[in-house]
Design a protein. Sequence first.
Length: 243
Amino acid sequence: MPPLTEYDHTRYQRQMLLPGWGDVGQEVLKSACAFIAGAGGLGSPVALYLAAAGVGELRICDSDFIELSNLNRQILHPEERLGVSKAVSAGQTLRSQNAAITIRTFAEHLDETTIERIAGSPDIVLDCLDNFETRYLLNRFCIARGIPLVHAAVWGFTGQATFLHPPETPCLRCIIPSAPPKSVFPIVGATAGLVGCLQAAEALKYLAGVGSTLSNTLLILDAEDMEFFRLQVKRRSDCPDCG
């Protein structure tokens, strides 16, 4: 693992004070790679906080371009970048936030022919997508390579998050066997921010080796009444992806 510099000790000192984090946890973060699928409402807070925490390499994929209707929640992107690739914009924002880490961006569709090249060999994958066809692709990729996947989704004032790492946990298809119908759904930006921060926290805890993850637990957020619910989830023996 790369040794910490004086810059690292100064920049990350507050998180390194956490019990169990320290130099070793920060060195692991510095050498780690995270793949973030999606640079929108969830991907924005995830990428910002993983970059701020000093994860050494972030790989970010999004094939869309910035639209005005994105800006109520996609905080990676300022208004002057309307029409710009979300992946390119994400790279610009994150490099200005932390120039000491590596940012690799991919303005491409994730599919069976591109996922291995785009995702690379990450230590953790974050599902910040808005469609289940690609989520299931990501799920299969992670199962095949034994990589943990932090899933999240949002709708209006509600959201969900979980930590998936079969065979110790279910996979995404165990929990959601079939995709819901596609639609233009309501979303409050703060909801995406809350749930994206939960995803980032899950990834950082896993990488730094502190705390416990949402393994075998689906955390549900009801931000309208500001309540959290924990649902226990189990593997399905007949799951087509991990069974």
